[in-house]
Structure formats: structure tokens, C-alpha cells
Design a protein around this ligand. Structure first.
Ligand SMILES: Cc1ncc(COP(=O)(O)O)c(C=O)c1O
Length: 458
């Protein structure tokens, strides 16, 4: 997957306006600072454009697919035109369905619920738990973490060719890792899957906010993503792709909206005719605001242009990686190596520091929001850290002494709304914390590292 950015000068690309850019937060050392949201991989701030679109629509909000009134009809049109906008954003093929869900997790659980009974599922151990867990232990084959994209393809080919019995199979793969930000060879994996009679679903939770996703061009069977990572944090997600397994299966949820006709039989039972469109899996009152917000974000990103967004983000990624490389105590986690193309998601550990302590100090002393932990990708992070599972230590104590292995990592992530100043502040803070230490003391509370406000500070 690559985007041509040759014609773009990243220094001329401005961040897209997002909500929260002016929000100030208190520092434990005194004073306030604007919040540096560097946890986009968890949830990205709402695009200003998305918020404005939602606010403009909100007075016209009405029930979808059920009312005769003007606002119901308007809302139904808006809901269905949002489906068309998402299909266009994803480059859907004729006959593909766009099902609105709550999130990527929900989308993949929905797909798991419609798999043919004897379908085997192949996933790499490197997946986010949302891609690793929905399938059920008995049908999953979990593949070793590859160390190159080519090894990923070869590992998958071998596993698919060796499967016994040779029946239906699904491969679930991430487009961009939520730990390393590295891009996966999706097109090649899709070709391998299809060559072995398998299908493939792309977990685009971390890819879609940073990179164009074209379902036809990648030749994947399904794509899943979440609104809240795509600058549209209103509780909706998407599963898009081939209709057959979706429309042959029982509805994911049974209820109104999924059913076309329901009749009571003479023997006391109930006969149901389910819809044969995406509505089959959208029972219950839909989240029209969430769906409209996703469509608005799709339009906003398309209009801003992925070449410009990708060029600017690459420049930020290069700056962060170069800045971290200047601090010898920092080790950046990577599966595919330094040259691998990646999005704005970078995880690292700091020698002699407990990651929770480091993240707490970035927040309390610099107003920077990052994440620490295993990022819902426990097998991958443990593989990258090379550590066995054990209980983390107290936050004041270094988690990894010289020669020891870290238990947790720190993740910095950014995207279309990130100003240069957040990156500069982050790199300056890493240098200061590593060089001079924290200026405050911290303690563990409910498993988290927090500033000790009662302690006298030196
Ligand atoms: C790669 C990846 N897949 C799936 C998910 C799950 O997304 P959600 O929590 O929105 O369901 C995440 C969330 O962090 C993710 O990073």
C-alpha cells in the first residue's frame, strides 16, 4: 500500500482543525498548558468539520426508517446517504454491504457470528484483541509474529495450504499496527488468502484514519473500522464488504429494523422474514448521529486529500523517530525494522523507567496525553519486549533495571489534527525526563501511576 506524496510539500500542509485544540490542563508543578493529545490511536479528537455538521443536523434529528414525519424522512435520507458516502470512501464494489455497528470490535464480532459453521480463522499473534478474540478458540489458528512483510505472506500461505480439512477459511489482518504503526502487506496477504480459497477481513481501525483504504484495490472481502478513531467520536463503526455470508446468516441481533415481516403461527410460534440488506444486522434504533458523523469524517478526509495528510504525517513520524533516536535510553518497538512504512503510532520503552511512571510524568508535568501498557495487543507487546508476563512493580521503582526487560510500553500517536508544537513538546519532555528525572514524586493508585500530591517535593 502506498500513497504518492511526490507533489506535496509537507511543510505547507496545515493540521486539520479539531476540537480541544485550545483546552488547557493543570500541571502538577503549577500553571496550565494547552493539552497535547498524543493518544490518537486510542481515540482521536473530533474534527471541527464533523462537529459542525453534527450540530447543523441536530435540530432536524428524527427517527430513522419508521416515521412518516418530515424529520423522520430527512433523517432516513441522511442515514442512507451516509451509507453511500462510506461505500464511496472505501471504494466498495457492486453488491458490497455497508453495515453500521458500534465499533471495530462490534464489526468483527458481527462477522464472527455469520461465518459458515466449519470456517477456520487465521490470525497473527500480533493482532489487536478485537481481531484476535471474536472467533472462538476452537476455530482459530494463531500464527507467529513475522519479522518481515514477506515472512507474513509466507507464513500465511503455509498455514492455509496445510489446513485440514480444506474448507472455508477467513484471514483477519490489521492494516496498520496499533503498537508499532507499521503497515501490513494487505494486498499480498489478500492475494495469498484468495489463492488458497480463503477470505480476508481487514481491520482498518488504525489504517483508515491515516491512509486511503480501497476495498476493491486491496481486494479484501471485508473492512472494519471505528468512528472514534476516524475523528467522529459518536459511537458508530463500520463493517463493509461481501454480502453473501452476511445475508445468508441469521441476524447478529434479532429485533425491529432487521425484520421485514413477522407473523404469528397457528401453533403459537412466530415466523420472521429478515431483511436481505445491511439492515438485517442493524436491529434496534440506529445511531443516526454516529453514522452521519462517520460520513462527515469520510468526506472531510477525502476533501483534505490523503496525499497531503500522508505527507504531513510522514514528516511528523520522521521527526518523532529521529528525536527518540537521539536518546540512547529509548528503545522504539518494531516488527519490520526502521525502514518499514508506518502511520503516526510509535511505541517505546525507556531504560530504567517504569512506563506507567513515564506516561504519568508526561501528563502531570507537560500536559501530554499518551498511553502506557500493552495496548490490547498483549501477545505482540510481550513478543516485542521479550518479557514473560509478571506483575508490574510500583510506579516509583524502575520497571526495567539495566539488563532487565520492560513489562509495559509507552505509545505516542498522532494524526491529521496534530500541530508541530505537540511533537516538539513531547520530544523536549522525553529528553528532560530521561536527562533530569521527574520533578515530582508519584505513587500507585488503583494500579495506575499518579502524582503524589501529599508529598513534599524537592
Ligand atoms: C488495530 C485495532 N483494531 C481494533 C481496535 C478496536 O477498536 P474499538 O475499540 O473501536 O472497537 C483497535 C482499538 O484500539 C485497534 O487499534
Amino acid at each position: 500500500m502506498s500513497v504518492s506524496t511526490a507533489a506535496v510539500d509537507p511543510s505547507l500542509c496545515a493540521p486539520l482543525p479539531v476540537l480541544g485544540a485550545d483546552v488547557t490542563v493543570p500541571l502538577v508543578t503549577g500553571g496550565e498548558v494547552t493539552y497535547a493529545a498524543l493518544d490518537y490511536a486510542a481515540s482521536a479528537p473530533a474534527l471541527r468539520r464533523v462537529w459542525d455538521d453534527v450540530a447543523a443536523y441536530a435540530p432536524y434529528y428524527g427517527s430513522v426508517h419508521r416515521g412518516a414525519g418530515y424529520l423522520s424522512q430527512l433523517s432516513t435520507d441522511l442515514f442512507e446517504s451516509s451509507r453511500a458516502a462510506v461505500a464511496e470512501f472505501l471504494g466498495c464494489r457492486e453488491g458490497d454491504q455497508v453495515v453500521f455497528t458500534r465499533s471495530t470490535t462490534d464489526s468483527l464480532n458481527l462477522l464472527a457470528a455469520v461465518l459458515p459453521a466449519d470456517c477456520r480463522v487465521f490470525v497473527f499473534e500480533t493482532e489487536h484483541h478485537a481481531s484476535l478474540l471474536p472467533w472462538g478458540d476452537s476455530r482459530v489458528t494463531c500464527l507467529d509474529a513475522p519479522r518481515t512483510p514477506a515472512q507474513a505472506v509466507a507464513t500465511l500461505e503455509r498455514a492455509l495450504a496445510d489446513r485440514e480439512p480444506y474448507g472455508p477459511a477467513l484471514v483477519c489482518v490489521t492494516g496498520a499496527s496499533n503498537v508499532t504503526g507499521e503497515l501490513w502487506p494487505v494486498r499480498e496477504l489478500a492475494a495469498a488468502a484468495h489463492a488458497h480459497g480463503a477470505r480476508i477481513v481487514l481491520d482498518a481501525a488504525q489504517l483508515a484514519p491515516h491512509h486511503p483504504v480501497d476495498i476493491a484495490e486491496l481486494d479484501v472481502d471485508w473492512v472494519a473500522f471505528s468512528g472514534h478513531k476516524l475523528y467522529a467520536p459518536f459511537g458508530s463503526g463500520v463493517l463493509a464488504g461481501r454480502s453473501d455470508w452476511l445475508l445468508e446468516a441469521e441476524p447478529y441481533l434479532a429485533g425491529g429494523g432487521a425484520s421485514r415481516s413477522v407473523t404469528r403461527r397457528a401453533d403459537g410460534g412466530v415466523d420472521v422474514q429478515w431483511h436481505t440488506t445491511a439492515a438485517r444486522h442493524e436491529a434496534g434504533s440506529p445511531n443516526v448521529i454516529g453514522v452521519y458523523a462517520i460520513a462527515s469524517a469520510c468526506r472531510a478526509l477525502t476533501e483534505a486529500g490523503f496525499p497531503a495528510l500522508v505527507a504531513r504525517e510522514r514528516a511528523l513520524v520522521d521527526r518523532v523517530r529521529a528525536g527518540l533516536a537521539e536518546v540512547p535510553e529509548v528503545r522504539v518497538l518494531s516488527l519490520f525494522g526502521d525502514d518499514a512504512p508506518r502511520v503516526g503510532v510509535i511505541s517505546f520503552v525507556v531504560d530504567g523507567w517504569n512506563s506507567s511512571h513515564f506516561a504519568a510524568a508526561l501528563s502531570a508535568e507537560y500536559g501530554i496525553g499518551v498511553r502506557d501498557g500493552l495496548f490490547c495487543a498483549h501477545p505482540l507487546v510481550r513478543t516485542l519486549l521479550g518479557g514473560e508476563p509478571r506483575e508490574p512493580g510500583e510506579c516509583g521503582a524502575p520497571e526495567a533495571g539495566p539488563g532487565e526487560k520492560s513489562l509495559n510500553a509507552i505509545r505516542v500517536s498522532f494524526g491529521a489534527g496534530t500541530p508541530d508544537e505537540h511533537i516538539d513538546r513531547f520530544l523536549g519532555a522525553v529528553r528532560e525526563l530521561v536527562g533530569d528525572g521527574a520533578r515530582w514524586t508519584y505513587r500507585t493508585e488503583d494500579g495506575r501511576c499518579v502524582p503524589d500530591r501529599g508529598a513534599a517535593q524537592v
